[in-house]
Design a protein. Sequence first.
Length: 417
Amino acid sequence: MQKTVHIIGAGISGLSAAVRLANANYKVHVHEATQQAGGRCRSYFDAATNLTIDNGNHLLLSGNRHALAYARSIGTEAGLVGPKLAQFPFVDLSTGQRWLLDLGDSRLPLWVLDESRRVPDTGLADYLGLMPLIWSGKDRLVKDAIRCDGTLYRRLVQPLLLAALNLDPPEGSAGLAGAVVRETLLAGGQACRPLIARDGLSAVLVEPAIKLLQDKGASVRFSHELREFATSKGRVTELNFGDDSIAIAPGDAVVVAVPPRSAASLLPGLKTPTKFRAIVNAHFRFDPPRDAPPILGVVAGLVEWLFAFPQRLSVTISNGDRLVDMPREELAQAIWRDVCKAGSVAGELPPWQIVRERRATFEATPEQNALRPGAATGLKNLFLAGDWTDTGLPATIEGSVRSGDRAADHVLAMSQV
Ligand SMILES: Cc1cc2nc3c(=O)[nH]c(=O)nc-3n(C[C@H](O)[C@H](O)[C@H](O)COP(=O)(O)OP(=O)(O)OC[C@H]3O[C@@H](n4cnc5c(N)ncnc54)[C@H](O)[C@@H]3O)c2cc1C
């Protein structure tokens, strides 16, 4: 008989679990609280710019194995596009200096041996100084593992870790930072090619998954928020959605792929991260110059990364809590000034939109990292997924997909007992 699984939450973690289980011939039911799938990784039409935009610019790297395998499984790997080589142009707004970090195409970080490819004014010894991060324990801070000053830090380590951890790197978990460095810089250029969902996050990472699920006979219900569940003998026996409830037969499974606050209210006593950090994105309706790189790293500015899309320049600012209450117009003007300098463009403020995701990621400190649970719970047929579960990575798409895959593997293992 076909086994049934209920997936709660249609973010990337829930969708990746759902796709894996639908492919394993499970009868899949997805329940999403809002009217749209994708969670923190979604697109929508924005009237201010008259464009479809993403809630945030999401950067993947070619070394994000699970995320790429997920895209492949829903037929959209080709929708993740980027330059052929792992090259990152940077500009320092305090000096105007520009450089190209060229990580090459190797599986080894050979680029650090070549002065013309590494960060200007840095030497091999600076890179060797990062080694303690690679084997750092979970409870160490970045600032206790490596020097958080100097040219290499300012021009590469700080931008990379700020983007990956979404906090000021010195206060971040050295264990998480080490995982990032192991899977990117240390894995050579082959793992570092930047990839962007050029046609939008929903078109590339979300809607094709929903279509695949529906084609396989899965149900995907929106505005269907799980409120609570009943249990008996250590198993979930009923899901309660307020207006309706669903009985869970013996042998059926539930994957809870919701953010930590929802998970904690559904599962009282569950330890989850309790602190979060914001990410601010600004989108400007503006035709990028023809030679604009798809992604530009910006040092010593308010802007951290500048993305060029058709008809749009877009900006990401991590660790954005300080900007959450700033008046929107003032913030848009300040960001646009940086965009003009960094992107070598000029003009009055074009149509714009600012998206401030207050709880974009859990706070990647050792203290909060220690609060992340694994996939298994005290209930035999209920498993957790989400970027905030213990994936060993900071809150990223790669971590979300890994968590979804892991939860699906638990469901598959359950049916073999
Ligand atoms: C602005 C921004 C920029 C980012 N940039 C990057 C980046 O460049 N690279 C990168 O890799 N990652 C990035 N991330 C992180 C990435 O978006 C997340 O790690 C990922 O989307 C999280 O997916 P998830 O499935 O774990 O959780 P979520 O996306 O939060 O999904 C959870 C889903 O559960 C639903 N839900 C909640 N409660 C219930 C309930 N009771 N019943 C039913 N459904 C429920 C929610 O509505 C939601 O759809 C960024 C995030 C943000 C916000």
